[in-house]
Design a protein around this ligand. Structure first.
Ligand code: SAM
Length: 472
């Protein structure tokens, strides 16, 4: 039985409820009256439940779909303005004991070079990331209690925060490591991580078990209840995701929303962000071997429907996707993207061709960060390197509260402007600088609150004279 308040994975992600939801959505996909009423509710910008959102996802009435896209764009603007937050992944180790059939790190893969960065190598990676202009990273490892124990992850995080090169600093380390214990989540919280990220991969238990045939990740319950343990350990920003292509996308969509409903119901705070990765070609992995691949149109519809269903959550798209695809999804709801990413272990400092072999998947958007920044600004977006919220204690329910009241602009927009200014001063190419300074001028003018505007103007002058890390 479906019970979002239950702490049992099989109850808050109820298989029967998902099947009933999909059936309901299929039966109502042409029900114009129902779709209109769901859209009406969605216009209040308080979100939708998994059943309502599943009807929108299934809907194939062209005029209604156009309304869905328009509403997603509007919600995106209302909650996130024109800001796009930038980050980069940092792969620490690709040693892994799991047998995930879609991932090149699976332990049976004997031809992928296995690597684990030393603390000195991590320093080099961090300097390379700082020299690009990054302030926010997501660390990634395979699961291997011998090679990548929690102590290694903790030590690495401390190293990352300790590196101060020129004007650079990594101010927020998000963590994407395998499901672990409450005790270990506490340790991660204590070293000051930002968000804990864990992709469910698939919400379908049977498929999950088949796709993870061996290793600790095989345990569906352990994996699915990880976010509850993370919250219990004090981490109040968690990020969900599924790997699209493994299971039917409608099943995953309903499961994802049920997971968000569960976090809200139990912890009073939904996911800080949702990632929407699609399966990619990788060493020993051919995406065509999986039957549930989705095309760009369905992908766009999923993003729009998530945006409408969970307006307060950030949405993340990585360099797995092409420039064109990312452009389309930015309009529909994505608020965070990676840029200049390397998915190989040690790939930033030492981008050797052979390093590419240790990569987790092929990257489709290979542009340097500066090109991505310029591209965003040319489209009217304000690239943001902001990490202020979490460092000012605006996390979990405090962040959600401000966000749900659509007040987060008062913090995010000034911080976006100031961190973009830092980027332009320290790292931008002359062409990017030229576009950037014009954009900043325009953005400062649009700040409505006179007090905030004055502080931002003063801070921009301070940044010009070399002061860094000013924040709201
Ligand atoms: N090892 C951690 C765990 O067990 O969750 C997560 C780290 S893994 C480096 C990050 C994510 O990459 C996985 O959760 C998976 O969704 C994704 N991934 C794995 N293989 C992929 C592929 N072939 N294409 C795209 N993404 C992939």
């Amino acid at each position: 039985m479906y019970n979002p308040k239950s702490m049992q994975a099989e109850e808050f992600i109820s298989h029967d409820e998902i099947l009933e939801t999909l059936d309901y959505a299929e039966k109502n996909k042409h029900n114009a009256e129902l779709i209109d009423s769901i859209l009406e509710k969605a216009r209040q910008k308080k979100g939708l439940n998994h059943r309502e959102a599943s009807v929108l996802l299934a809907c194939d009435l062209e005029d209604k779909n156009q309304k869905i896209y328009k509403l997603a764009e509007q919600i995106k603007k209302d909650f996130y303005g024109n800001r796009i937050v930038l980050f980069a992944p940092l792969y620490l180790s690709n040693y892994c004991v799991n047998g995930c059939v879609y991932c090149p790190y699976h332990f049976k893969n004997k031809h992928i070079p296995r690597k684990k960065l030393t603390q000195e190598e991590i320093r080099n990676e961090v300097i390379a990331l700082q020299d690009m202009g990054h302030k926010r990273i997501a660390i990634e490892t395979g699961e291997d209690p011998v090679n990548n124990p929690i102590e290694y992850v903790l030590e690495s995080i401390k190293t990352i925060y300790s590196v101060k090169h020129k004007n650079g600093s990594i101010r927020r380390v998000n963590v994407n490591i395998a499901a672990t214990t409450v005790e270990n989540y506490k340790k991660l919280h204590d070293v000051g991580i930002g968000t804990y990220i864990l992709f469910q991969e698939t919400y379908n238990k049977e498929s999950y078990e088949a796709l993870h045939p061996t290793g600790p990740k095989h345990n569906y319950k352990w994996h699915t209840e990880a976010m509850d343990r993370a919250m219990e350990g004090g981490i109040d920003d968690v990020s969900l995701g599924v790997l699209f292509g493994l299971e039917s996308y409608r099943y995953e969509f309903a499961g994802l929303l049920m997971h968000a409903e569960h976090l809200e119901a139990v912890h009073g705070v939904g996911p800080h962000a949702i990632s929407v990765p699609r399966i990619k070609k990788a060493d020993d992995i051919n995406p065509d071997d999986f039957d549930n691949g989705i095309d760009d149109d369905i992908f766009a519809k999923i993003v729009a429907c998530i945006r409408i269903a969970v307006p307060y959550t950030g949405m993340i798209i990585s360099t797995r996707e092409t420039e064109d695809c990312r452009k389309r999804l930015l309009h529909l709801g994505v608020s965070q993207i990676s840029g200049g990413s390397k998915t190989s272990v040690g790939g930033y400092f030492n981008p050797m061709p052979e390093d590419e072999n240790s990569a987790q998947f092929d990257v489709s958007d290979r542009r340097p960060l500066d090109d991505v920044i310029k591209w965003l600004m040319e489209m009217g977006y304000v690239p943001s390197f902001c990490t202020a919220c979490y460092r000012s204690g605006r996390t979990g329910d405090r962040f959600m509260e401000i966000c749900k009241q659509q007040q987060i602009h008062n913090f995010c927009h000034p911080n976006a402007i100031m961190t973009l200014k830092e980027y332009l001063e320290d790292y931008a190419s002359p062409e990017t600088k030229e576009i950037g300074y014009k954009l900043l001028e325009k953005e400062v003018k649009t700040l409505e609150d006179a007090k905030i505007k004055k502080i931002v103007e003063e801070n921009l002058v301070k940044i010009e004279s070399g002061v860094r890390d000013l924040k709201f």
